[in-house]
Design a binder for this molecule. Structure first.
Ligand code: MN
Length: 145
């Protein structure tokens, strides 16, 4: 029942997977599944690491995320605002809220993320939605597709 931490946010016996296998746009992100819940705990508990200069997919979906940073620091877009985030900060991504994580150029951003086991597929912004997001102060320079 114990998943032993090996080193540098890897765990014994846990494969380091590509972030997504669906071909959507992201850069240098890995995924490890630490817990796959069933029964009265139907959640998946994951660790994601965004490498230096990398970013997660710009997306939204009905399901929520609860995130805690446990390695490095970075920035995250939540809705219409970009936030600086660091060690042990907790980020809530509400339903249908645009979000994207970015690591700094000189280090990784690693975070734990809880999601519902049964969840909808992420949506990507249309070109109109991307244009609208891009016009928000501080967001246009941040988002990547
Ligand atoms: Mn997401």
């Amino acid at each position: 029942m114990i998943l032993r931490h090996a080193k540098d946010c890897t765990w014994d016996g846990v494969p380091v997977l590509p972030y997504k296998e669906d071909g959507t746009i992201f850069k240098s992100v890995t995924r490890q599944v630490l817990f796959d819940g069933t029964g009265d705990l139907p959640v998946q508990f994951r660790y994601f690491e965004v490498g230096p200069g990398g970013h997660s997919t710009l997306e939204r979906h009905q399901h929520q995320h609860a995130v805690m940073v446990i390695r490095g620091s970075g920035r995250v877009l939540v809705g219409d605002t970009v936030h600086e985030i660091g060690m042990r900060d907790v980020v809530h991504i509400p339903p249908m809220t645009w979000h994207q994580f970015r690591a700094p150029e000189d280090g990784p951003l690693g975070f734990l993320c809880v999601v519902a086991a049964d969840r909808d597929r992420p949506q990507r912004p249309s070109s109109e939605e991307f244009a609208t997001l891009s016009r928000l102060p501080g967001v246009g320079d941040f988002i990547r597709v």
